[in-house]
Each structure stands twice: as C-alpha cells, then as structure tokens.
Design a protein around this ligand. Structure first.
Ligand code: NAD
Length: 255
C-alpha cells in the first residue's frame, strides 16, 4: 500500500527549482495526500519557486532564509496561526562558502565553518525546536545528509564534518523527542545533479564513481528519494527513528 499522508500538514524547506531533492519529496508528499507549506529563500528565488508551489497546491508559501535572524521563528509562528498543528517537516538545505568548500578541511576558515554549520545543520535543530510544540499528535522530522559524513569522499571537504554533525544531531534529537512520538531521520541520497551539487568540485566524476559502484549501476532520482521521504513521513514508519536512511542504489554497502 502506498503511504497515506491525507489529513497531514507538512513543511518543505529547500525547493530552489524542479531538480531540487525537496521538490521530488514535496511532489511525493502531495501525491500521498498531504497539505503542504513551501518556502522560498528570498525575493530572487520566489519567482522560480512560486510556480512549483502552485503545482503542489501548497496552502502556504512563505519566505525562509535561515541566516536571517527571526525568519525561522516567524515561519513557525505562521504555521501555528494557519494550521495549529504540524505533522512532518523536510529540511533540505545546505550551504558552504565556495572558498572553504573547495579547500582542505584543515584550511577552512572559522567564518566558513560557522556559516556551513549554521545553514546546513543548526537550522535543522532550530526547526525541530519550533516544530515540537506544533507536533501535538507526534510527527516526523527529516533532513538530507550524504555518505561523505561517514567516509572521506574526494572534494566533499568541509561538508563532510557538517553532515557528520547533522547525522549525530538526528540521533540525539530522536532520543530527546521520541517520548513525544516525534521521529527524526537523515535521508542520505546518492549524488545527483542539482544546484547545490554544482558547488562541489569535479561533481561529474563523483556521480560517475557512484553509478559504477552502486549494485544497481545507476544514479538515484528525486522521485525515488521522494518515495522514501513520503514513507518516513507516514504512520507506516512508526517503528523507526534516528536512522540514516540511504537512498543510493546500494552504493554505501560497497567498499
Ligand atoms: P538544491 O540547490 O536544489 O537545494 C538546496 C537548497 O538549500 C536550496 O533550495 C537553497 O535555497 C537552500 N538554501 C541554501 N541556503 C539557504 C538558507 N540560508 N536558508 C534557507 N535555504 C537555503 O540542491 P539539493 O541537492 O536538492 O540539496 C538539498 C539537500 O540535499 C542538501 O542538504 C544537500 O546537501 C543534500 N544532498 C544533495 C545531494 C546531491 O547530490 N545533490 C546528495 C546528498 C545530499
């Protein structure tokens, strides 16, 4: 049976365009019957995201730049006013300054490290904190990680330690929020060509290696990732929390 999200309210943060992982997830949530709130980064991004939010029949379309003080709080205040209850949240957001991302971890600047951690990791923690009082019937919090959290991947550099912190945060928050029936997951997709991925040096080679290594010899699609996210958001995933869920055609099992 496909996951049923009818009657559930979900927030999706991280749609930049129709190739965004967050868009694949949002489409799967909507197909499963969820009502959605979708965010856009800023006025420049709004024009690209608005038609997608309309296609998703999003009930709420709100700004969210996690670097802007107060914007995450305002976002959740709006969700509280409009819905009063939130059932799931997808955080699909990452950023690191180019010069730090392209250098060695050993050489990264404190400012670059702070920025990458704030946008890519602590923003998920902040969202969880604001979501908790709205998840009165329990819920699911999901974020996007990558295999570079666990093993050294050429050119992933600074995002490796950042995703490692994100995955550890998922485990701690799963333990803390479990008694309130709030489940927490990191989804770890294999590489796919998106705007964020284009910031990583020699990304085409990384994709080629991933496809060659994966038992299924293929790259994943945003539709496949969306299918897993919809399952995790649903009551069918009730028995799981704190997991890093790989959606990589099995590449992570191969040395
Ligand atoms: P994407 O560029 O489509 O999405 C990244 C999103 O982050 C964008 O919507 C962007 O607006 C948002 N963002 C950046 N800074 C922000 C800020 N300050 N406030 C709010 N939002 C901000 O690329 P994507 O590949 O879909 O990335 C989504 C997530 O998936 C990221 O966490 C990324 O690390 C992760 N991921 C990507 C891949 C891949 O190969 N593409 C693989 C594994 C994990």
């Amino acid at each position: 049976m496909p996951p049923d999200l009818s009657g559930k309210n979900g927030l999706v943060v991280g749609i930049a365009n129709d190739r965004s992982i967050a868009f694949g997830c949002a489409a799967a949530f909507r197909a499963a019957g969820a009502d959605l709130a979708v965010t856009y980064l800023n006025d420049k991004a709004r024009a690209h995201v608005q038609p997608l939010a309309e296609a998703l029949e999003a009930e709420l379309f709100l700004p969210c730049d996690v670097r802007e003080p107060g914007q995450v709080r305002q976002l959740f205040a709006r969700l509280g006013q409009s819905w009063g209850r939130l059932d799931f949240l997808l955080h699909s957001v990452a950023f690191a300054p180019r010069e730090d991302l392209h250098g060695r971890v050993t050489d990264c600047s404190r400012e670059g490290f702070d920025m990458a951690m704030n946008v890519s990791c602590h923003s998920f923690i902040r969202m969880a904190r604001h979501a908790e009082p709205l998840m009165t019937d329990g819920g699911a919090l999901m974020t996007m990680s990558y295999y570079g959290a666990e093993k050294v991947v050429d050119n992933y550099n600074l995002m490796g330690p950042v995703k490692a912190a994100l995955e550890a945060s998922v485990r701690y928050m799963a333990a803390e929020l479990g008694p309130g029936n709030i489940r927490v997951y990191a989804i770890s997709p294999g590489p796919l060509k998106t705007r964020a991925a284009s910031g990583i040096d020699r990304f085409d080679e990384l994709m080629e290696r991933a496809a060659a290594k994966a038992p299924r010899h293929a790259l994943v699609t945003i539709e496949q990732i969306g299918g897993v996210a919809a399952f995790l958001a649903s009551d069918q995933a009730d028995g799981m929390t704190g997991n890093v869920v790989y959606v990589d055609n099995g590449a992570n099992i191969v040395d």
